[in-house]
Design a protein around this ligand. Structure first.
Ligand code: CIR
Length: 258
């Protein structure tokens, strides 16, 4: 099934070494290697049949390669978010121009203060959107998001986060009712109706795989997750994201897919 035609990514900047890290993973990102991995990521996406818009690096924002957070792009509308991390908040202004290449102005909505929201906290399942209430996404942000989505015929529900950075750090939908879950999400009542694939703790990072038009991109180095995804019948592609992992970034964070 072809669902996504377009992808937006942003090149990592050399300031990526100063990206926010919660300390789960060791090390400081190596810029050269991050760039190489970014090229490989783009190549994998191209193989999935999408066109890729590559935005230039923005040295003012160390985390700006994680374009998933300042915007949410749906079939009907685009939503410019209001990132809860102060050092990332300005990224929302820098994504607008790229988004307006694909959406008319009257279909571009905004989350505004005191609401905060980051796209990593939003998971699309058909016409329903799960949104994580996290350190980055607050109650008012969720209220505004719900109102916007309902205007376009979508539904939205909140998921409380206790342990991870973003909702999609620990749970990702692979379409066809299949959902990868790790840690705190394994027992969430709202996810029990899906075919849950439980990720072992030592491979928790790989809960963040992405489905792109029936191919699933899996991070390198997670054999149990790779096998589980292949057993579900998906074609898989592997991309090494070691430099992004050091600052809590995964496959979904690195692109907007729509
Ligand atoms: C941050 O803490 O904001 C970045 N270092 C990582 C962002 C990851 N983005 C995502 O999960 N959508």
């Amino acid at each position: 099934m072809k669902k996504f035609n377009h992808v937006i990514v942003r090149r990592p900047c050399s300031a990526i070494k100063d990206g926010i890290s919660g300390g789960t993973y060791e090390g400081i990102p190596n810029y050269e290697l991050a760039l190489k991995q970014h090229n490989d990521y783009i190549a994998a996406l191209v193989q999935c049949g999408v066109d890729v818009t590559v935005l230039p690096a923005d040295e003012r924002y160390p985390d700006s390669c994680f374009v998933e957070d300042p915007a949410l792009l749906t079939r009907e509308c685009a939503i410019i978010t209001n990132p809860g991390a102060e050092s990332r908040n300005g990224e929302k202004e820098e994504i607008v121009e790229a988004v307006s290449r694909f959406y008319p102005e009257d279909k571009i909505e905004r989350i505004v203060a005191p609401g905060t929201l980051e796209g990593g906290d939003v998971m699309m399942v058909g016409d329903h959107f799960y949104v994580g209430r996290s350190a980055r996404t607050n109650e008012e942000g969720i209220r505004q998001l719900t109102e916007i989505l309902e205007k376009y015929g979508f539904t939205c529900s909140e998921v409380k986060l206790e342990e991870v950075l973003h909702l999609k750090t620990g749970v990702n939908y692979l379409e066809n009712n299949n959902m990868l879950v790790s840690g705190e999400f394994v027992t969430k009542p709202e996810f029990q109706k899906y075919n849950l694939v439980e990720i072992p703790e030592e491979e928790a990072y790989a809960a963040n795989c992405i489905w792109v038009n029936d191919t699933v991109i899996v991070p390198e180095g997670y054999p149990a997750v790779l096998k589980a995804v292949q057993d579900l019948g998906y074609k898989t592609l592997i991309v090494d994201t070691s430099e992004y992992r050091k600052i809590d970034g995964g496959l979904s964070c690195l692109s907007l897919r729509f």
